[in-house]
Design a protein around this ligand. Structure first.
Ligand code: FAD
Ligand code: SF4
Ligand code: SF4
Length: 479
């Protein structure tokens, strides 16, 4: 009888891929986790207890068939594991790297409740598809038949790309419009290389282009082409523009030079990783080298900024957050990584204003806070501790307080595109359909700042809804 390859969690400890030492990784933008060796991936996959009701799968936004691809990996059937994994996820190797697994799949792995560490689902998912790329199993899309209908997608982030992939596989003609010079959205210009190396994203862009997706880059919709022109050129349009309006800070000195937006700082740093010449970096404006850096915010964007500043050679990097460690929105794993790399966190600290010298920022006026009674959302509201203010010296201050949607209907002059009271585009969650016929929306522009895996899910669902719509129109025309 064949040996049972699974349920090894009792005898095998959880073991993540090796993490590079802080004093080595804090000098470059390479990913911090190594790849599993083959034997280790098999071993870690074999810890899964093959639950009849797999909570990991339920809590994965894509409902990935996790137990089955873990079993195939443990059995050494990697190509089959890859085929299964890519059926539900357009970019498994990207999600394996940057999903907050502790809140999603792994956070719901049942073996943890019996005192064993969770299965390392994300690392195995990454391993499977990285191996598929190495072995040439990931192929360009080749639809069996070409269709005449076309879909225009505005925004080449994960939401737009995931929709493009599903549509193209069914032979639909797809054009993606993006204002940037490279596709990938925040995968390319937001998330730093130490979490997601850029060639991992670029090979996906190339795969889509090779499969027949047309990219119109450096094309800012609303400036270089109108929304109406895109609508007229296609049978359906998907809005996948993400959210980029930065929440701002008021207070004295808030207009001083040296107070920068997180998205500008990270975009410039990512451009440097591509080897681009970037004026704001060369001038020193958005280069932290030799500077005292203060980042304001407690989310994942703030974590990416502090860790970028360390790598650029800042003399000190501090992160101010108005709540405490337990109540921050960012991932605990990333805080730990940042601390290991030399970032100092000032919890319960909020900016009140800025000190400036000749128009340039030289410090942040900090108010110390304590957590008070829970507010309407159930979270403890921060309250000021009177008389505890101090000045945190800084040469550059980065605002990472979150993002809001731009006013698309106004920006694009589109009547009839409804938005919610938060400014996000109003669209059905299951299909992305808006109230305008033939116009859909997916990803952050619908959900507000969210996650890559949700954008992928939206893009895939929306593409399926469009295919249903196109198929029913074809059927009616044939009657
Ligand atoms: P985006 O990725 O924002 O893509 C939108 C695209 O639309 C962009 O390429 C933009 O150029 C284009 N566009 C916008 N307006 C126009 C226009 N008028 N004309 C043409 N093109 C336009 N999520 C995770 O899951 N894990 C993480 O670790 C993580 N880290 C993050 C770190 C940072 C710094 C940030 C900012 C976000 C992070 N996120 C993370 C969130 C994640 O990146 C987003 O939820 C996801 O990228 C949203 O995908 P999207 O396709 O909706 O939009
Ligand atoms: Fe986990 Fe994300 Fe992969 Fe789903 S897509 S299995 S949540 S890492
Ligand atoms: Fe395996 Fe954990 Fe998922 Fe159960 S919850 S199937 S043990 S990964």
């Amino acid at each position: 009888m064949a040996k049972q390859p699974m349920l090894k969690f009792v005898s095998l400890e959880r073991d993540m891929p090796t993490k590079r030492a802080p004093d080595l990784r804090n000098k470059d933008f390479g990913e911090i986790y190594a790849e599993y060796a083959d034997a280790k991936a098999k071993e870690q996959a074999s810890r899964c207890s093959q639950c009849g009701v797999p909570y990991c799968q339920t809590h994965c936004p894509l409902h990935n068939n996790i137990p089955d691809w873990l079993r195939l990996t443990a059995e050494g059937r990697l190509q089959e594991a890859y085929e299964l994994s890519q059926e539900t996820n357009t970019f498994p190797e990207i999600c394996g790297r940057i999903c907050p697994q502790d809140r999603l799949c792994e956070g719901n792995c049942v073996i943890e409740s019996s005192g064993h560490g969770t299965v390392t689902i994300g690392s195995v998912e990454k391993y499977i598809t990285d191996t598929a790329w190495e072995n040439g199993w990931v192929k360009a899309i080749k639809p069996t038949t070409e269709r005449t209908e076309s879909v225009g997608i505005i925004g080449a982030g994960p939401g737009g790309l995931a929709a493009a992939d599903v549509l193209r596989r069914q032979g639909v003609q797809v054009t993606i419009y993006d204002r940037y010079d490279r596709a990938g959205g925040l995968l390319t210009y937001g998330i730093p290389g130490f979490k997601l190396e850029k060639d991992v994203v670029m090979r996906r862009n190339d795969q889509l282009a090779e499969g027949g997706v047309t990219f119109k880059l450096n094309c800012n919709v609303g400036e270089d082409i109108s929304f109406a022109d895109i609508q007229a050129a296609h049978d359906a349009v998907i809005i996948a523009t993400g959210v980029y309006k930065t929440r701002d800070l008021a207070g004295p000195g808030s207009g001083a030079k040296g107070i920068e937006r997180a998205i500008d700082y990270l975009t410039v740093s990512n451009r440097k990783s591509f080897g681009d010449d970037v004026a704001e970096f060369e001038s020193g404006q958005l280069d932290a080298k030799g500077k005292r850096v203060v980042v304001i915010g407690g989310g994942d964007t703030a974590m990416d900024c502090v860790r970028t500043a360390i790598r650029q050679g800042a003399t000190s990097v501090k992160c101010l957050y108005r709540r405490d460690r337990a109540n921050m929105p960012g991932s605990q794993r990333e805080v730990q990584n940042a601390e290991e790399e030399g970032v100092v966190f000032e919890w319960l600290s909020a900016p009140k204003g800025f000190v400036e010298k000749d128009g340039t920022v030289s410090g942040v006026m900090v108010q110390k806070m304590r957590l008070g009674a829970p507010d309407a959302t159930g979270r403890q509201a921060p309250e000021v501790i009177e008389g505890a203010d101090y000045v945190e010296e800084a040469d550059i201050v980065i605002k990472a307080l979150g993002f809001e949607p731009e006013d698309l209907p106004k920006l694009w002059g589109v009547e009839g595109l409804e938005v919610t009271r938060w400014g996000t585009v109003k669209a059905a969650f299951t299909s992305g359909a808006t109230d305008m016929p033939g116009v859909y929306a997916v990803g952050d522009i619908v959900r507000g700042a969210s996650l890559v895996v949700w954008a992928i899910k939206d893009g895939r669902d929306c593409a399926e809804a469009i295919l249903d719509q196109l198929n029913s129109s074809t059927a009616v025309a044939a009657e």
